[in-house]
Design a protein around this ligand. Structure first.
Ligand code: NCD
Length: 325
């Protein structure tokens, strides 16, 4: 599966973020540094006035258009927009003209005509960004499309790891689980490799990409027992049942649980390096992809990822709107 090019950006100078490939290395650095400043400011022990964020997005209108369920991605975009004084409008698909057969392209043109400046779109279709009008003036941010891409999750994963590692050289990140259906795995692996990490995919053999190294140059696949001892960070993935054709596709039935066969049990956790960090994009299915007790383990960064996600999305909103250059 190829990385999506920002095809809609060709016709005008609007910035979009459809996958990590839309960001040059220097732009990734700028966004991560800005997110870091937001974080420092919000967490400063000083008086409330020193923790206040600048109203850099005043006048911007950010609409979140989510065709799939979401807690952290949608709310963190809305929070990020509001904290920088943009208007944040959740788009209610069920009460919209999409239910009167309006196309998504026409809906986005309509939002554009009303003065919306950023649309944050989550959609089940891998090709959703290929069919959008080239004349759009609003910026598009991909909040996850099909199995293809989830660039803001990749940015926040990298940001979270940077809180622990100054750089990624010599670091190995193991991404474990339903990789073939995971947009998080694709975008995060691409960005981690660009920043110098080695990426190993592991999981049920039929849920690993057939030619990972072709799809994501630099990534390799390995059996779980071989991959775990190499990990400096382990990212567990939820089984994407909604993208499976049958319930059996996870490769485990009721008597033969996914956790025991492929998940991070406490016994497998003990085979990791003692410093190995634990990531998960959420939502977690406890006792499926990882043992419930590990979610709160001191080396688990799962809520740290959520926390960082707001700052990263603030910085990305500034970048797409041109506030951050
Ligand atoms: C992921 C997604 O929607 O792709 N969640 C997220 O955005 N944090 C992963 C998942 O749903 O399993």
């Amino acid at each position: 599966m190829m990385e999506i090019a920002a095809t809609v950006a060709v016709a005008n100078r609007t910035r979009h973020c459809l996958d990590v490939g839309d960001l040059r290395d220097a732009e990734v650095d700028t966004i991560l540094q800005r997110a870091s400043r937001f974080r420092e400011r919000c967490e400063s022990p000083g008086p409330r006035s020193e923790r206040a964020l600048p109203p850099t997005l005043r006048g911007q209108v950010v609409v979140t258009v989510f065709f799939e369920p979401s807690t952290r991605t949608r709310l963190s975009f809305e929070l990020a927009a509001q904290r920088l004084h943009a208007l944040a409008l959740p788009f209610d698909i069920e009460r919209s003209s999409l239910r009167k057969a309006e196309t998504l392209a026409d809906t986005l043109s309509t939002l554009d005509a009303m003065g919306v400046t950023v649309a944050v779109l989550r959609h089940p279709d891998n090709d959703v960004f290929r069919a959008l009008p080239p004349s759009l003036r609003l910026s598009l941010i991909n909040a996850g499309n099909g199995t293809q891409a989830h660039p803001t999750q990749a940015l926040l994963d990298v940001f979270t790891l940077h809180l622990h590692w100054p750089d990624f050289l010599g670091k190995t990140v193991v991404i474990a689980g339903d990789v073939v259906h995971s947009r998080v795995a694709r975008s995060s692996a691409r960005l981690l490799i660009r920043r110098g990490a080695q990426v190993i995919f592991t999981g049920p053999p039929h849920l690993l990409p057939e030619a990972a190294e072709v799809e994501i140059p630099g990534a390799v696949c390995a059996p779980i027992e071989d991959a775990l001892p190499c990990a400096d960070a382990l990212m567990c993935l939820r089984v994407q049942h909604e993208r499976h054709r049958s319930p059996a596709e996870s490769g485990a039935d009721a008597d033969d649980s996914y956790l025991a066969r492929y998940g991070l049990t406490e016994a497998r956790f003990r085979k990791l390096k003692p410093s190995c960090l634990l990531l998960h994009p959420g939502p977690v299915n406890r006792d499926v992809e990882l043992a419930s007790a590990l979610v709160e383990h001191p080396r688990s960064l799962i809520l740290e990822q959520v926390h960082s996600g707001v700052f990263v999305r603030m910085a990305l909103l500034e970048w797409v709107t041109g506030v951050l250059s």
